[in-house]
Design a protein. Structure first.
Lengths: 249, 268
């Protein structure tokens, strides 16, 4: 049974490698549209990860350390984008930040800012879908910190912010790294929310997964090449995490 | 049959909701003894089959209705998969289980290559139209207006038929546009318009009619317009080839024709 399960996971990957046009790989990768999609994906998923860290660390801290009514609801809302179909997430983002959306119409009227169809919309869609992965990982990290170390630092005269910065954060560094990597990989692969909220335009909102989807209809070889790049990125992420997930458990 | 048609016409004027029930009524009257054109010779004791029809996104409304007619007059159910023709052809070439394929152009039909039976039939023509946001706030009246700064334009991607046709129309009109998004199928354009995120798009006439009330139509003159020729074919390796052929027949039948006409398609 285990072998069957492994085969089930491996077969599609082997299929991808088997059909890859190795002879024209370099040429496909060098084509402008492919490079545009890859660099846009790289940029947006990195910015989305940074945004997830800035907003996600405080959220993870609140979820792990404070006790208040509605904490469980807040936690459920945080996890929601992980289980929500990404297309639904995209529609929800449109209804919130679209030109006629709840906040979007105000942005439009007050500042003349329209979010959909911009690279910023791609980052928002990716952050919406990927941030929960960061928050959950870091929350678990905060929970596993031995709080006696923090108390010891306090008794030695450190103020709360110093304790957090000098003791707690260094202790959760592995969680921060793992959370960031998983978040980045999820953002890199984002499709549904992106195409719904940000649309599809080369160089501006056409990320690699969107390009793969459209290339499959016109030039399947190029689609396979791009899929291989995504596959390699995901594999690199998992190998980078092996100490945490596969190693000393 | 004349009474049925009159009744249907009367009900149609009252709106879309009634249109469906009128069609259903017309079909049930036809099969109850009026002796319409539908052939209903399937053996009564045969088990009910389900056929899978892959059809262009622009056929969503009309094929759903034809499917309902078909189900009530044949011993078979129809399951639909609607999407960009190019995407469906690609899925079929990769072995997706389907019995019938209907595409928005002939060229895409060939992409499904050896699985398509020889009998490809051109069954409908469709034209392009400019779709604008409800109320046409940017007062768009022609293809040239799509190039105006401040107009948020959304088109189909060049990989799918409606994107290729749209590009042809724009080049015939000599208009150079800067779209904000290239959607993977025509319904993506319509939804960006009906949500109010885009001001204008180029879609099929039938899509504007299907989304009446949410988007408005601005006609493209025949000199610039492009005719999409819709093709349908049963698939060669279908295990239910009798039902598949029967479904193609109901699309080509007078009642199927009537549904397509109402949606805005033209006879080939």
């Amino acid at each position: 049974m285990a072998a069957l399960a492994a085969l089930f996971f491996v077969a599609p990957l082997v299929g991808l490698v088997w059909r890859a046009p190795w002879s024209s790989l370099g040429r496909e990768l060098a084509s402008r549209e492919v490079r545009d999609a890859l660099s846009l994906s790289l940029l947006t998923s990195t910015v989305a990860t940074a945004a997830s860290a800035v907003f996600g660390i405080p959220l993870a801290w609140v979820l792990s350390r404070s006790e208040f009514p509605g904490r469980r609801l807040l936690r459920a809302l945080t996890i929601l984008p992980m289980v929500l179909p990404p297309v639904v997430g995209g529609v929800a983002l449109l209804l919130a930040f679209g030109r006629n959306g709840l906040l979007g119409q105000w942005l439009d009227r007050a500042f003349g800012i329209t979010v959909p169809f911009t690279t910023a919309a791609v980052v928002i869609a990716e952050t919406f879908v990927a941030m929960p992965f960061f928050v959950l990982t870091v929350e678990a990290g905060f929970r596993s910190v031995d709080q006696r170390l923090e108390e010891a630092a306090s008794t030695l005269g450190a103020v709360r912010w110093t304790v957090f910065r000098r003791v707690t954060l260094p202790l959760v560094r592995p969680s921060l790294a793992a959370g960031a990597v998983v978040c980045w990989a999820r953002a890199l692969g984002e499709f549904g929310a992106t195409i719904t909220f940000a649309g599809n335009f080369p160089g501006r909102t056409q990320t690699t997964p969107l390009k793969v989807y459209l290339l499959l209809e016109s030039r399947p070889e190029a689609a396979i090449v791009l899929s291989l790049v995504l596959l390699a990125a995901s594999l690199a992420v998992l190998l980078g995490l092996r100490d945490r997930w596969l190693g000393a458990v | 049959m004349k009474d049925v048609d009159a009744l249907r016409d009367a009900m149609r004027r009252r709106g879309t909701v009634h249109r469906l029930s009128a069609a259903a009524l017309a079909v049930s009257l036809a099969s109850a003894g009026c002796g319409g054109g539908e052939d209903d010779r399937t053996a009564a004791d045969a088990p009910r089959a389900t056929i899978t029809v892959f059809a262009a996104a622009s056929l969503t409304e009309s094929f759903t209705e034809i499917g309902r007619q078909f189900e009530s007059s044949h011993r078979a159910d129809v399951a639909f998969s609607f999407g960009a023709s190019s995407s469906l052809a690609q899925q079929i070439a990769n072995g997706a289980p389907a019995d019938v394929l209907a595409t928005a152009d002939e060229q895409t039909m060939q992409r499904a290559d050896d699985r398509v039976a020889r009998s490809v039939t051109l069954f409908a023509h469709n034209r392009l139209a400019i779709a604008v946001r409800r109320g046409n706030p940017k007062t768009i009246g022609s293809l040239a207006d799509l190039a105006r700064p401040g107009v948020i334009l959304v088109l189909c991607a060049p990989e799918v038929p409606c994107g290729r046709f749209g590009a042809q129309a724009l080049s015939r009109a000599g208009v150079d546009v800067r779209p904000r998004s290239l959607e993977p199928d025509v319904k993506g354009v319509v939804s960006k318009l009906s949500l109010g995120e885009a001001d204008a798009g180029i879609v099929y006439v039938t899509d504007v009619r299907a989304a009446a009330g949410q988007v408005e139509e601005v006609a493209i003159p025949p000199a610039h317009n492009v005719v999409a020729r819709y093709a349908i074919a049963p698939l060669r390796d279908s295990g239910r080839s009798e039902s598949a052929k029967a479904f193609v027949q109901s699309v080509l039948s007078p009642s199927g024709r009537a549904v397509l006409d109402r949606a805005g398609f033209q006879a080939p």
